[in-house]
Structure formats: structure tokens, C-alpha cells
Design a protein around this ligand. Structure first.
Ligand code: SAH
Ligand code: SF4
Length: 361
């Protein structure tokens, strides 16, 4: 199967073209067509010579995703379900904020980390997405915006869709390189956030990259017992491995880390957990921000959303101890916009349809 040209960084495309006998300046032209004029066919690249167009078309495609479903929520959130060329489906979400338009991308088909509260975790990982498939999610959303004719641009990216980005590290890094490149989409590194469940060795590597991309860590519990209960990855990377990795990142980058804390009713939302979390982050509170996430209930999962009171108490307890925090506002709850929900519903529907078909045959 041909790979998407979106997967190549500018440097990779330049050396590929040179290896294939093309002039160096072609890559600048091709990128201009891809990311400024945003065409979807090589034949539309007017100032590129025919032999180069033929060469590219022979080895690459531009688009590999097909839009299966697009749901728009009342608050302007749009959820896209895309089919990959191997038939798997992934989801991408566009959210509107007062500071801009943010896209949440998927990095893997399913996820092997298996957090007990997450819709993606039930469906095991079947494969990593290629860098091209991750970039293309942004491009598909941008093409949608272009068609609306309002001159809107994707300005922010959160790598918080299905999958563990640090379990697909090299493709993640190529993706970040492409979307950040000034010659392409030029989405500022400070406008991009990567969220990890805490793969400690990769956090060291990420710190050493020398890039300004933000890091979010899904902490979700202030002690090992509770954290292991809701995130089994904590067995491999318990807090005593995670905290030094966080310290290294902070020291190396001097950039703030966002700690994501999903509030599960009567599980991790008591005042004592807020106190424990505050103590855990005390020495790094100048570079910490805690994002409290009201849980989005998932079918067949044992958890419920915390009461409003509990959320407020948790928030206040952290604030009183000098830990900056906020409660995440929700987007598109009327369209299953939470991590993996639309996709898992779609897969259930598909299963039910196949079962019915077998019964009637
Ligand atoms: N695998 C990475 C990134 C994807 S998950 C990680 O875990 O950090 C991104 C965020 O979505 C995580 O913080 C996760 O806790 C949150 N999330 C998953 N399921 C959710 C649900 N049902 N309701 C609210 N947030 C959820
Ligand atoms: Fe994977 Fe993140 Fe979901 Fe955990 S929360 S199962 S790491 S996608």
C-alpha cells in the first residue's frame, strides 16, 4: 500500500526527491501545494513538472482516510470518524475555544495501556498509526474548515485521542515535526500538547528533544495502590519511577507540566486524595497545573462522575495548598466526544449488524 506523503518531514521529502533525481527546490513547491494551497491530488500541483508529479503519484498518495461519520455538536465541536485504508476506524475531534481551534488526534488503533475507566482501553491496540495518518487527521479537519469558506485555521493540537503517543514515539515525533514546520502548517509548538499515561523512559527522551511542545501526564491518583487499581501501567512505572522522570523533564525544559486527574466518584475524589496529590506535587508546584477532568461515563464501566460538591472541594483543597488547577470544561458531550466513545459505539453497532445478518442468512 502506498504511504501518505503527509508522513514525510520536509527534510525526508527533500532527500527522497534528491535520491530520485529531482531538484532540491521541488520539496518547497510540493509542500506549498500540500500545506498552503492544500490540494488533494498531485495533478493539481501546477508549477511542478510532470515527471515529478508522476514520480510522486507512483510512490505516494495524499489522502488515505475516508470520512465515515461527521457529527456536529451544539457547542461547535465536530467529531470525525475516519476509515483507514485497512478498514480500521479512528476518531478525531475539533473543538472551539476562545483562543482558537483545537484538534484532538488519535495515535493508535486501540490502546494497550488498558486504563479501567477508558473506552479505548477495552479495545486492544491493533496497530500504531503512521505519521502520515496522524498528520492527515489535521489536514482532513483543515480541509473541512476550508470548505466552509470562513478562513479558519487549526491553531492548536492535543494528542489526547485514542492511543498512547509514547508507545508510538518515532511516528509521533515525525508528526510533531511536520505540523510545527514553518514551511507547512506552522502550528506553534507551544500550541501543541502531548498527553501520556506515564511511560517513564520516553519522558526522559522527550525532555531531551529540545522542543517547546507541552507535556501532560495522566496521573489520576496520588498513590500507587489507587493508581494501579485504575491504571495498570502503574505496575510497570509506579510513582517512584514517574516522579524522577517528571523532575528530569522540569529541570531540563523548565516547562510547565499539566497533570490530568480524572475524577471518579467515591474512587479518587475524596478530600484526602486532594491533600495527598498536593503533597506529591508540592516541591514542583511552580511548574505544575492540575487539570481536573469530570468523568464521562462509559457503557459497561463501573465508574460514575463525581458529585459537583466533591469536584469543588477537590479543586479548593489543591488551590489552598498553592497547586494551580482548573476543572476541564466539556465539549460535545451530546455527540460522544469523550476519548474513544463514538468509535467503540460504532464498533458495537457493526458487531450487532453482523450478528443480525448471520441470523437472517
Ligand atoms: N493515552 C494518553 C492520551 C490519550 S487519553 C493518556 O492516557 O494520557 C487522554 C485523556 O483522556 C486522559 O487523561 C484520559 O484520562 C482521558 N479520558 C479517557 N477516558 C475518559 C472518559 N471516559 N472521561 C473523561 N476523560 C477520559
Ligand atoms: Fe490508553 Fe490513555 Fe485510554 Fe489509558 S486513558 S487506555 S492510556 S488512551
Amino acid at each position: 500500500m502506498k504511504q501518505s506523503i503527509y508522513g514525510l518531514t520536509f527534510e525526508q521529502l527533500t532527500s527522497w526527491l534528491e535520491e530520485h533525481g529531482e531538484k532540491k527546490f521541488r520539496s518547497k513547491q510540493v509542500w506549498d501545494w500540500l500545506y498552503q494551497k492544500r490540494v488533494t491530488e498531485f495533478s493539481q500541483m501546477k508549477n511542478v513538472n510532470q515527471s515529478c508529479i508522476d514520480l510522486l503519484a507512483e510512490h505516494f498518495t495524499i489522502e488515505t482516510l475516508t470520512e465515515e461519520i461527521k457529527q456536529e455538536s451544539q457547542d461547535g465541536t465536530i467529531k470525525f470518524l475516519f476509515k483507514l485504508d485497512d478498514g480500521n476506524v479512528i476518531e478525531t475531534v475539533l473543538m472551539r475555544f476562545n483562543y482558537g481551534l483545537s484538534v484532538c488526534v488519535t495515535t493508535q488503533v486501540g490502546c494497550n495501556i488498558g486504563c479501567s475507566f477508558c473506552a479505548s482501553g477495552i479495545l486492544r491496540k491493533s496497530r500504531d498509526l503512521t505519521s502520515g495518518e496522524i498528520v492527515e487527521q489535521i489536514m482532513q479537519v483543515q480541509h473541512h474548515l476550508d470548505k466552509q469558506g470562513k478562513d479558519e485555521r487549526v491553531s492548536h493540537i492535543v494528542v489526547m485521542g485514542i492511543g498512547e503517543p509514547f508507545d508510538n514515539y518515532d511516528n509521533l515525533m515525525d508528526f510533531l515535526n511536520v505540523v510545527n514546520d514553518k514551511k507547512g502548517l506552522s502550528i506553534g509548538a507551544r500550541h501543541i500538547t502531548v498527553s501520556t499515561s506515564g511511560i517513564a523512559p520516553k519522558m526522559y527522551e522527550f525532555a531531551d528533544e529540545g522542543i517547546q511542545v507541552n507535556l501532560a501526564l495522566s496521573i489520576h491518583a496520588p498513590n500507587n495502590e489507587l493508581r494501579t487499581q485504575i491504571m495498570k501501567i502503574n505496575r510497570a512505572y509506579p510513582l517512584e519511577k514517574l516522579m524522577p522522570a517528571i523532575d528530569y523533564y522540569l529541570e531540563k525544559t523548565n516547562r510547565r507540566i499539566t497533570f490530568e486527574y480524572i475524577l471518579l466518584r467515591d474512587v479518587n475524589d475524596h478530600k484526602k486524595e486532594a491533600e495527598e496529590l498536593a503533597a506529591l506535587l508540592k516541591d514542583k508546584r511552580h511548574l505544575s497545573y492540575v487539570n481536573l477532568i469530570p468523568y464521562n461515563p462509559v457503557a459497561d464501566h463501573p465508574y460514575e462522575r463525581s458529585e459537583k460538591e466533591a469536584i469543588l472541594t477537590f479543586y479548593q483543597t489543591l488551590m489552598d495548598r498553592g497547586i494551580k488547577c482548573g476543572v476541564r470544561t466539556e465539549h460535545g458531550t451530546d455527540i460522544d466526544a469523550a476519548c474513544g466513545q463514538l468509535r467503540s459505539k460504532q464498533i458495537e453497532k457493526e458487531k450487532a449488524r453482523k450478528k443480525k445478518q448471520m441470523q437472517t442468512n
